[in-house]
Design a binder for this molecule. Structure first.
Ligand SMILES: NC(=O)c1ccc[n+]([C@@H]2O[C@H](COP(=O)([O-])OP(=O)(O)OC[C@H]3O[C@@H](n4cnc5c(N)ncnc54)[C@H](OP(=O)(O)O)[C@@H]3O)[C@@H](O)[C@H]2O)c1
Length: 280
């Protein structure tokens, strides 16, 4: 199988490039093809002739999106449309990475795949609109929503916490936002499996279980044997441009229907720490 990955230089893309074996995989960053340009996307797809296109490229700075609305929509929505059109033209399948931010974040039970889209941020709106456009252009596309992604090969929440815990004795972390962390390695393996199964429609993927950022930080600092003390705090102490969802747990029923069982987030976190310790 030939696969082309847009966003191969990012956090998830790095793991996809490491984990995807046994197929002919081409990874592209923004310097290889800017997804805002249909011509660049179409040229890349024509050159590599993939059976599958994985679209992991996005403008993911959720606070930056609030102040750069045009850029957010240019990359996350119009860029995605370019990729969907070029994939259709080439007869390729498409896997589009989306996010928990397409929901309102106010639920108290895991979001199912068919729940109403109600994004509260520019980032979420740009991704929700992309989902709708992609389904219109390429009804057989697979829209894969994920949440709280972490891993090596890019900046993510655990890096920030480990840096802070290495230099401070006390750290405060919000305890009123609940979600499911997702290790890039496990997500990459799920993506490979879904592509091999020729998955279509909407699928949710994260590690199993849920926690608050405070609970995640506590597990992380404990497992790293750092002496810093982690204290719970509330979101109003860390006001940011983009509103964070209070609850964004994704139901994994859709993933289980594809026979994919994700490890727990605690198991994933420990493997991430092991991976981080391996000298590069
Ligand atoms: N991180 C999370 O917590 C999270 C949660 C839910 C969903 N997601 C989704 O998962 C996917 C992967 O996220 P990630 O965290 O791996 O992202 P990331 O680390 O921020 O990487 C973004 C990738 O997009 C590429 N990119 C940005 N603008 C581009 C453009 N105009 N043209 C072509 N490529 C462009 C970047 O390329 P260069 O580096 O070469 O510029 C990079 O490879 C995204 O679709 C994101 O929306 C992420």
């Amino acid at each position: 199988m030939r696969v082309t990955i847009f966003g191969a230089t990012g956090l998830l893309g790095n793991a996809l490039m490491r984990e995807w074996r046994g197929d002919e995989v081409t990874g592209l960053g923004s310097r290889d093809a800017d997804i805002r340009s249909y011509d660049q996307v179409a040229a890349a797809i024509q050159e590599h002739r993939p059976e599958w296109v994985v679209l992991a490229a996005a403008y993911t700075d959720v606070d930056g999106c609030e102040t750069n609305r045009d850029l957010a929509f240019d990359v996350n929505c119009h860029g995605a449309v370019n990729v969907a059109k070029a994939a259709t033209q080439a007869g390729a399948r498409l896997m589009f990475l989306s996010t928990d931010y397409v929901f309102n974040g106010e639920s108290c039970r895991p979001y199912e795949i068919d729940e109403a889209l109600a994004p509260q941020t520019v980032y979420g709106k740009s991704k929700a609109e992309a989902e709708i456009e992609i389904r219109r252009i390429l009804p057989k596309a697979c829209v894969l929503r994920t949440s709280w992604v972490f891993g090596v090969g890019g900046k993510s929440f655990p890096d920030t916490i480990l840096d802070l815990a290495g230099t401070r004795q006390e750290i405060e972390v919000v305890n009123d936002q609940r979600g499911s962390p997702t290790y890039t390695v496990d997500l990459a393996r799920a993506i490979v499996s879904l592509c091999r199964q020729e998955a279509t429609g909407t699928v949710h993927a994260s590690n199993r279980g849920d926690c608050t950022w405070y609970e995640l930080a506590t597990e992380l600092v404990g497992a790293s044997q750092l002496s810093a003390r982690v204290h719970p705090t509330s979101s109003d102490k860390f006001v940011r441009p983009a509103k964070r969802p209070a609850y964004s747990v994704l139901s994994l029923t859709s993933l289980q229907k594809h026979g994919i069982s994700m490890p727990t987030w605690q198991d994933a976190l420990h493997r991430y720490l092991d991976e981080r310790r391996i000298p590069k």
